[in-house]
Design a protein around this ligand. Structure first.
Ligand code: 48H
Length: 257
């Protein structure tokens, strides 16, 4: 059979367009494909919810690939090891309570299992705004990352979801947009973003899970973003809190949906 380049092009365009159209009205939209967003998406998809994830970059995995200072190993504490077990990611005990995993195995496995569970991932799409109705976050405004990077004046498109999850990591991008543009008071002490605090692994890992929750109607945060919004320390290359926070938000949303 002779290969027809036009058939290849048509296949991709038709299939992607269908996938994107199906993503325009869903249960949950997650922004950011780092460890917390991926784990959140996995549990929601596994529970049969319609869930999509938008990631600005070409690659999925956020800050997990690089372990600590590009040494591609991650540390996970005992409380989160069962999540790595759930994904069948191999761990070794370094010393009591500290487990090591290969960061490449971790990201690729979580991503693969999340997609196979039904999470629809769109890479190369950036969230530049939210849709708000009746003081409730109801969806996202999307544009190609290439448009954003090139600074082109191209208008975005909009998708609707019952809930939005900000998993954009340190910059807390969606929370910042809501605080700046929507007039909605966030459920923090100041009503706005409290800001991330300096390194303290133990407190950071505890608070990240506590802070992974609803911030205003229709809007949740998980992962590093949760401490940027509610004010909590960073924790360096220990990833248990990221996994537990994604799981926590997924379970809360599964109860609500
Ligand atoms: C689309 C976006 C947008 C946008 C950002 O940083 P991440 O890995 O996030 P987490 O919270 O799952 O994990 C944090 C962890 O990697 C980390 O940084 C730790 C533990 N730090 C501790 C320390 O002390 O430094 O992933 C966030 C993802 C990235 O891939 C971004 O590209 C993406 O979100 N993203 N995607 N639209 N507007 N903003």
């Amino acid at each position: 059979m002779a290969l027809d380049e036009i058939a290849i092009s048509r296949a991709i365009i038709e299939s992607y367009s269908r996938k994107l159209v199906n993503a325009l009205d869903v249960d949950v939209a997650i922004v950011g494909g780092g460890p917390s967003g991926l784990v959140c998406g996995y549990y929601l998809a596994k529970a049969g919810k319609r869930v999509v994830l938008f990631e600005r970059k070409l690659s999925i995995g956020g800050g997990m690939w690089g372990g600590g200072i590009m040494f591609n190993e991650i540390v996970v504490q005992a409380q989160a090891r069962n999540i790595l077990d759930e994904f069948d990611i191999r761990t070794t005990e370094y010393e009591k309570g500290y487990y090591l995993a290969d960061s490449v195995e971790s990201v690729s496995t979580i991503c693969s299992k999340a997609v196979k569970a039904g999470l629809k991932i769109f890479n190369l799409l950036s969230v530049e705004d939210v849709m708000v109705r009746d003081q409730t976050v109801r969806g996202l405004v999307l544009n190609w990352s290439a448009v954003e990077i090139a600074g082109l004046h191209v208008d975005p498109i909009t998708m609707r979801s019952k809930f939005v999850v900000d998993a954009t990591g340190h910059p807390a991008e969606v929370a910042k947009i809501i605080a700046k543009k929507s007039g909605i008071q966030l459920a923090t002490k100041s009503g706005g973003l409290m800001g991330e605090q300096s390194m303290w692994a133990e407190v950071g890992e505890e608070t990240i899970v506590e802070n992974s929750r609803e911030v205003c109607p229709g809007f949740y945060v998980c992962g590093m973003c949760a401490n940027a919004v509610f004010g909590g320390p960073r924790m360096g290359p220990i990833f248990g809190g990221m996994l537990l926070s994604g799981e926590k938000v997924a379970n809360e949303l599964i109860r609500k949906l």
